[in-house]
Design a protein around this ligand. Sequence first.
Ligand code: TLP
Length: 345
Amino acid sequence: MMIVDLRSDTVTQPTPAMRQAMAEAPVGDDVYGEDPTVNRLQAMAAELMGKQAGLFVASGTMGNLTAVLTHCQRGDEVMLGNKAHTFLFEAGGISALGGVHSCQLPNQPDGSLALEDLRAALREDDPHDPVSRLICLENTHNRCGGTYQGAEYLHQVAEFAHAHAVQVHLDGARIFNAAVAQKVPAKDLAEGADSVTFCLSKGLCAPVGSVLCGTKEFIARALRVRKMLGGGMRQAGILAAAGIVALETMIDRLSEDHARARRLAEGLCAVPGLQLELGMPATNMVFVKLAEKVSLSAEPILHALEERGVLVGPTSDRGFRLVTHYWVDDGGIQKAVQAFREVLA
Ligand code: TLP
């Protein structure tokens, strides 16, 4: 049976061109800084983000953690959203490993943090308080529905932050989705951020890796943090080679995933018993929930969908997330809608 896997864009397999590039990549010891393929990927990434330097890391989680640990000392505070991936889904690493305190602010529907909330959360210079050191933003915003923020918003936050000696890190795991949806270069969406992470292994289909970008000085310090976290990899060019193919060939096509997400959302909200949870998708994520009249909970529905070859992610007792990506075609969208229709009939 053909499986339509909509649980995440992290499930994407590398393309044949990636596998070939991986097999042929020139490599060296990256802990010595001698892997030409890693160096090339890092330079490409920095250029795309409009930053001076890049650092290849094993995952988005490692990129965010490395960034926070590079910006902050123990006891410093990071302001971030109460639905931020770094807050919800990174195993509490910033506090467990970094001793960094978090101040969670309500995410607005588009995933942003309200400037007045940031202003109110800014700490006084008082020995009772942790030091406000960093603001973390996320674009696109996963738990807000794959929503995006425009360039102007980050400018405003950066202006506020820098006026108070606070740094800004952007979790741009899916920054290319945000850029393609707004038809702007990704670097415009990172302008003003002191650091940005983006992922190669989500919609861009590379098997492994993310890149953290910032100033040369910041990346030099981040290099030591990455080593401390055990992220100094050796012949990592094998992995970076797929990342280069991702950046060269997989960005513009993300608009196809966005169009399919909209068709999927239209199909699903026409299924009796299903409702869109966060409105029409802005990029490649569709969040749906069961209508009140449906007595089943998410779990038996997930199993029944699986029996029909459709995998979706649960978000709660009655909610689901479906993420479109390169390996889901129009037939897959139809199959998913049909499967929900049968299960809820
Ligand atoms: N998100 C995953 C899960 O962890 C929820 C997914 O399936 O969407 N930032 C954002 C905004 C993310 O969505 C993710 C992954 C990460 C960081 C972490 O990336 P990885 O999985 O590479 O550590």
